[in-house]
Design a protein around this ligand. Structure first.
Ligand code: HEM
Length: 200
């Protein structure tokens, strides 16, 4: 049997060569490329959002305050990229430590449906589907998968509601033996001029 051809190695040494040879994504609707028409039901989510929320659950010693930044960007194709990092705050608002980190994609569906795939640093993957109405997105999980070391999570519901430049969201989860119960809620504010992300 013939062996596959050896991969051609690309030499990368200067900062210019480290750049990916394709345009990066942008969280700024004013910059190019234009948003794909299929993303119209998700258009208002594109941007950088920063704010504060509260986390609690029957099994934890909460409630706790947290801060969060969410970036929703696109590269002109019919999906959005979603990245969110959170940090715990003390009662006075000082940063205590990093908290939840999730990354994924929003995908427009048909007839006002949307899909959201999220990977969590804690070994969990959510497959959400739901509805998109102007300024409101309601999602629930079709499936939650976990690695062998992840905590047990059965299902989740997440709602985003936009009012002017404020994005409120709330999430409930059925996990660690509890029924569907609120876990986090937050109010995020649009950060002006989101701009281009990782790559040029
Ligand atoms: C802004 C988002 C979130 C914040 C700030 C947050 C914060 C917390 C905190 C502070 C705890 C208590 C334990 C600890 O200190 O780590 C906790 C527990 C937990 N969270 Fe979250 N969380 C967030 C989102 C999520 C998401 C998206 C999931 C699932 C994908 C999740 C699943 C869990 C689980 C399974 C526990 C453990 C409960 C237990 O064992 O009693 N959390 N979370």
């Amino acid at each position: 049997m013939r062996s596959p051809p050896a991969p051609r190695l690309v030499r990368v040494s200067t900062p210019e060569e480290f750049r990916e040879p394709i345009p990066g994504d942008t969280a700024d609707l004013g910059s190019r490329p234009p948003l794909h028409d299929a993303c119209a039901p998700l258009r208002e989510l594109v941007g950088v959002w920063r704010g504060e929320g509260e986390v609690d659950y029957p099994t934890i010693d909460g409630p706790f305050r947290f801060g969060q930044q969410v970036t929703v960007s696109h590269d002109g194709r019919p999906f959005l990229r979603h990245q969110a990092r959170a940090w715990l705050l003390d009662a006075k608002g000082a940063v205590l430590r990093p908290a939840a980190w999730e990354t994924g994609f929003w995908r427009p569906g048909t007839e006002g449906r949307v899909e959201l795939l999220l990977t969590h640093a804690t070994g969990l993957v959510d497959l959400f589907h739901g509805s998109a109405q102007p300024g409101r997105w309601e999602l629930e999980t079709d499936a939650v998968l976990g690695t062998p070391t992840a905590k047990q999570v059965e299902a989740a519901r997440r709602t985003y509601a936009l009012s002017e430049d404020l994005l409120d969201y709330a999430e409930s989860r059925a996990m660690v033996g509890q029924p569907m119960t609120p876990h986090v809620s937050a109010r995020l504010r649009r950060v002006p001029s989101g701009g281009r992300q990782d790559t040029p």
